[in-house]
Every structure is written in C-alpha cells, then in structure tokens.
Design a protein around this ligand. Sequence first.
Ligand code: PGA
Length: 251
Amino acid sequence: MRKPFIAGNWKMNMDGESAVALAAGLGAALSEVDTVDVAVCTPYVYLQSVAKALSSSNIALGGQNMYFEQGGAFTGEISCQMLKDVCCSYVILGHSERRHVMGETDELINKKVHAAISGGLLPILCVGELLEEREGDKTTEVVTSQVKKGLEGVTAEKVLAVTLAYEPVWAIGTGKTATSDQAQEVHAMIRGLLTEMYDASIAEQIRIQYGGSAKPGNTAELMANPDVDGLLVGGASLKVEDFSAMIKTVA
Ligand code: PGA
C-alpha cells in the first residue's frame, strides 16, 4: 500500500511573514493527520524560518530545485547538502517551469536526481507534456522519454527514494485540470514503464503524484484513481484552508 503524499509547491510566492504564517497555520490545521505524507516546498530564503514554524508538526520541508555539484564556484546555485542543512527532506526536480522557462534538460535533471539520492534527499521528479504534444498524440512518447532519461542509471535500490509527479504542462496554473481519466491513463502508463525498467514490486512501491490545477474541489476525484498516489499542488497550496482541506479529503 502506498501512503498518499501531498506536496505544496510555493514557487516564487510569499514573503517572510506570510511564509511563516502559512506554515504555522498548516501545522495547526493538520496536527491530527498521520495517514498522509505532507510536505511544503518553499523558496530557498524562507526554508529556515518555515522549518522553525513546522518544527513540532508532521509536515516535511522541501526545496524547489538544487544543483548537482556538491559545492564550489556555481554562483546562484544551492547544493543538496545546503538543503539538508536547513531541514529539507525533499527536493522538486525537473519541474516544467525549470524545463521550459529556465531551459533545463533531461541530462541535467538526471544529474540532479543522482546527486539528491546520494546526498540523502528524496527527489520529486516532475514529468509532463506540453499542450501541443498532447494534441499531437505524443503524451506517452514525451512522458516515457522524460521518465527514462530522468532515472537513467538510477538503480532499483535507489529508485525507491523517488516520487514521480505527472504534471501536464497545459494544466499547470491554468485552472484546466486533467480529467480524472486522463490522469489515471498516464499514471498507469508510468507505472507500467517502471515495471519494465525495474520490476513490478518496485513499480508498486513508487508514488506517482498528479499536479496541475489540483484544488479542493477535484481532490477526491483525482485521488480515487488507483494509480494517483498524491498531488503536487501550486496555487492551492498557498492558502491554509485550501491546502488543508485537500489533505483532509485524502486523509
Ligand atoms: P498549480 O501548479 O497547482 O498551480 O497548477 C502545480 C505545479 O506546478 O506543481
């Protein structure tokens, strides 16, 4: 049985005060929840204050990105160890905004996946097709390639550290959620691929989140699918009421 995993991706939002207030509000609202793993991935500069605000909660902390090198002359970058140092357990890698706005490649993302696992962080590896790729019937091809390249060289033993997040790019921040059937279809395809790449027992253990305009009103329907094991939530993770309502729905 896979334990549901709901992560909030705050992206480049909040300020120091609102970040701490959101974290404290979530900690209080979710103090009774232990049947769902919950994490918030905040901007780097608020990780430390949010970690403090979450210190007596069940909510884990994550970064939104990292660099694969351990240290050195990489201006503007953050290492795995630095994220661990400020209490992160997770790191989002290969988010579509990193791929399509910042130009990250599968090869770079794969290096980050290796660095995160070796350094002791749990990567949330994001994959997903653009609107024109879906309309051109290329969803399976694109997602298959992103999963294979993102996990290239990751052994069966290590892949258990990974959560996959299927985020159709056309559904992110647009209010257009994939239908429950569209989500299930791709999630089942990804699980089949993991079975081919590893084996059925490993594929059964890996959690696959859905992301893209997930909100309180569509949480139950998305999560009712057998292969949807959680959600990666952007906009709706910025409000205590919305994010906690989603988690309570799942719990
Ligand atoms: P959204 O973002 O929920 O605002 O669509 C999801 C994501 O990008 O992770």
